[in-house]
Design a protein around this ligand. Structure first.
Ligand SMILES: Nc1ncnc2c1ncn2[C@@H]1O[C@H](COP(=O)(O)OP(=O)(O)OP(=O)(O)O)[C@@H](O)[C@H]1O
Length: 303
């Protein structure tokens, strides 16, 4: 079996435009079994568009997409039952009570249980896991924003999916709930081997939760790899500042350790400071550069 046949998600040459506005300008990525992959990018980068195409909710203009062995545009109910979806927001069913809604959804997954995957998940167990036991009998309209988000995640998990797609899952959660959510993702991956594709514009979240980051900007994936590898790729230079003989100096370098070692070996330094580039700043910088390049490309096309 080659790499693409074994990938849970395979995307190649994906293109999408809304009218004149090109959002995805040829993106390629795979998500392997057992992986948590974060699609990271600023507002409007095309993250939701990408996951909606993966989920089969949106037609693409061009490119190959295979999800759990099937083109999402041709996925049947059995295929859909293997995918858990957490949308950015949905506001239906406000009059339903929490346990009632999950119970109804759980029933729709029952026909799709397999020897390998006991579907659905036990609803009370799931409510406990997402911290909603006490709210189980509340109507959805009375939930707080954070409780609502936890319910969204429970909805995505109730069918014990092989692939869980989360669109900005922690938007609106406080730091404690955010951490609990990250733990939940790790647990689901470790226990059930669920593959997770999530979107976020929060670099720290991507680093915390993902095995691999895909940085989307200007319609393209501009950096990809482990959080550490992407951090290296996007990290800017550090500044070494020192004073010697009453004069102040500053030098910008990608290897502050080597520079400092050489400096101390050759100069009598009175004072020394190394200021590392903030990863967040570097991330914003790379995004700005790629968005500017994309705007230039758009301009070329309209000329
Ligand atoms: N149905 C649509 N019709 C027209 N334009 C759209 C539509 N959906 C999205 N867009 C535009 O496409 C671009 C990408 O949107 P998308 O929601 O995929 O980005 P995103 O990275 O998920 O952004 P955010 O972080 O804000 O959720 C945006 O400029 C958006 O305004």
């Amino acid at each position: 079996m080659n790499r693409f046949e074994s990938a849970a998600v395979h995307v190649a040459g994906l293109r999408m435009a809304y009218g004149e506005h090109t959002v995805l300008d040829g993106i390629d990525f795979d998500v392997a079994p057992g992986e948590v992959v974060a699609l990271l990018g600023p507002n409007g980068a095309g993250k939701t568009t990408t996951v909606e195409i993966v989920e089969g909710f949106r037609h693409r203009d061009a490119g190959d997409v295979t999800v759990l062995g099937t083109d999402p545009e041709h996925g049947d109910d059995a295929w859909r039952a293997r995918i858990g979806v957490v949308l950015q927001s949905w506001r239906d069913h406000r009059r339903w009570r929490v346990r009632e809604l999950l119970g109804q959804l759980a029933d729709t997954y029952r026909p799709y249980a397999t020897d390998r995957s006991a579907r659905p998940r036990d609803v009370d167990d799931l409510l406990a896991r997402v911290g909603l036991t006490d709210a189980a009998d509340q109507r959805m309209s009375t939930l707080s924003g954070g409780q609502r988000r936890r319910l969204d995640v429970a909805v995505g998990l109730v069918g014990r999916p092989d692939l869980l797609v989360l669109d900005e899952p922690t938007a609106g959660l406080d730091p404690a709930a955010r951490r609990e959510f990250h733990e939940l993702v790790h647990e689901v991956v470790d226990r059930d081997g669920t593959v997770v594709l999530l979107t976020t514009h929060d670099l720290t979240e991507a680093e915390t939760v993902a095995d691999r980051i895909l940085l989307l900007a200007g319609g393209r994936i501009v950096a990809a790899g482990s959080p550490a590898a992407v951090a290296r790729e996007v990290a800017g230079p550090s500044e070494v500042r020192w004073s010697a003989d009453g004069a102040r100096h500053v030098h910008s370098t990608h290897d502050p350790v080597a520079f400092t070692r050489q400096l101390l070996a050759t100069v009598r330094v009175d004072d020394l400071e190394v200021v590392r580039a903030s990863l967040e700043d570097a991330y914003l910088d790379i995004v700005r550069r790629h968005e500017a390049a994309a705007a230039d490309r758009d301009l070329e096309v309209t000329r």
